[in-house]
Design a protein around this ligand. Structure first.
Ligand code: IMP
Ligand code: MG
Length: 408
């Protein structure tokens, strides 16, 4: 069985935690897009880990973690991450593989990324990891792939500085490389999890362009970047937070009002630990945006939603969610492509009663307070997609499974 896990918002929905949880029943975990711009926090038995490139799932000793063809990989970041894991007692040897079609991020791309974003009249607020430049080089057919490291003629085209940078990593990268399509074809009956990076609204095509990342965060990206056909995917899971966050610039229609709702914003940011894992930037916060969530469900054919951070609302009298946009006086329930429309959109909010109880005490969904269940069910109805998993804390244990995705 092959399951794809994507972010249904602007990234940081808690995919890392969910993939780590679901990886228990998988043999192979493939990350299919993005690079070291991503940051996944995973907490296991009180120990916290931050991953940027290696798929969550590496923490189980017997799983294979693969960096897919749709990724852009900074070798230094990769080997720093491997060292961090080894130093903390996680054995990685032979378990981290890389698609030979994945592209390589060079230090000069990182430099150009920073300079170009700073020079923009309206910066995107990139993570400065060279992501956009590497994907541009790829599209321009000037990129360097893992397989190319063994292609002498190609390597001769590189500057000496690039060659010096790559030298300590070349043999190790080639040793880890696989022809991912063939590798997966020979393992047809294994359970594979495809882990997305960022989220639908940061996807190059589906997102709030140009305020997006440059990779494929959408579910379709799993087919391209995971080297399988779209029909080989059995299920798509969309992870979303009980509220909205965004790092960097660009539209966030349901963002808390910085003056009137500053206290609410601060509470959500502190309780939800909403600081970028990669850059440390405070995340912008807002109400759950159901208009964009339904768009994510439709455009990715999400079978099942995974809700995270619901416990952040435990102490609230009432909870609000955005159910439509008011764009210059017009009520809109579909997600517009126009950034101008999104910038002008005022959230139309619906209020739900709070539950004033700790959700962490519940072992099953049925033990949730009625108000919490009603909030969850409203979301499912609005999005026409079931909410099958609810996360109420950082630890693996704080995960309520209503329906396992591994059951067809
Ligand atoms: P880039 O991917 O570094 O080019 O950044 C483009 C935009 O995507 C910026 O607004 C970043 O803050 C955002 N972004 C990139 N990766 C992530 C992520 O993993 N989580 C949240 N935002 C991200
Ligand atoms: Mg993140």
């Amino acid at each position: 069985m092959k399951i794809v896990v994507i972010g249904a918002q602007w990234g940081d929905e808690g995919k890392g935690k969910i993939v780590d949880y679901l990886a228990n029943e998988a043999q192979i975990i493939v990350r299919y897009a993005g690079g070291a711009n991503a940051g996944h926090t995973i907490v296991i038995g009180g120990e916290q880990y931050a991953l940027h490139l290696i798929p969550s799932g590496i923490f189980y000793p017997d799983k294979i973690a693969i960096l897919g063809a749709g990724m852009v990989i900074d070798p230094k970041a990769l080997f720093d991450e491997i060292k961090m894991l080894e130093d903390r007692g996680i054995e990685t040897k032979g378990r981290v593989l890389i698609s030979d079609r994945a592209h390589i991020v060079l230090p000069k791309y990182i430099q150009i990324d920073k300079e170009r974003d700073a020079a923009r009249k309206k910066p995107i607020g990139t993570t400065g990891r060279g992501i956009g430049i590497t994907y541009s080089m790829k599209c321009d057919r000037d990129g360097i792939r893992i397989a190319d490291l063994a292609w002498k003629e190609k390597m001769d085209e590189l500057d000496q500085a690039d060659l010096d940078f790559l030298a300590p990593y070349t043999d190790k990268l080639l040793e880890m490389s696989v022809d991912l399509g063939t590798y997966l074809m020979h393992r047809k009956n294994t359970q594979v999890l495809f882990e997305g990076a960022q989220g639908t609204l940061l996807d190059l095509d589906l997102g709030t362009y140009p305020y997006v990342s440059s990779g494929m965060s959408c579910a379709a990206g799993a087919a391209v970047g995971g080297c399988i056909g779209p029909r080989a995917i059995d299920k798509v899971l969309g992870v979303f937070k009980a509220y909205s966050t965004r790092v960097g610039n660009g539209p966030l229609p349901s963002e808390f009002d910085p003056t009137a709702e500053d206290e609410l914003c601060r509470f959500v940011r502190e309780t939800g630990r909403e600081y970028g894992v990669t850059t440390g930037r405070p995340r912008r916060c807002g109400y759950l945006d159901l208009v964009s969530l339904r768009y994510a469900c439709l455009s990715n054919s999400i079978d099942s939603l995974v809700m995270t951070h619901l416990d952040v609302y435990d102490t609230f009298e009432e909870i609000k969610a955005c159910v439509a946009y008011n764009i210059n006086g017009k009520i809109v329930e579909t997600f517009p492509a126009s950034v101008e429309d999104l910038n002008n959109a005022k959230p139309v909010l619906r209020t739900f009663p709070g539950w004033k109880k700790s959700l962490a005490d519940a072992l099953t969904y049925e033990e949730f307070p009625v108000a919490a269940m009603e909030y969850v069910e409203f979301i499912a109805r609005y999005c026409e997609t079931p909410v099958d998993i609810v996360s109420v804390g950082y630890d693996r244990k704080a995960t309520i499974i209503r329906k396992s995705p591994w059951v067809l």
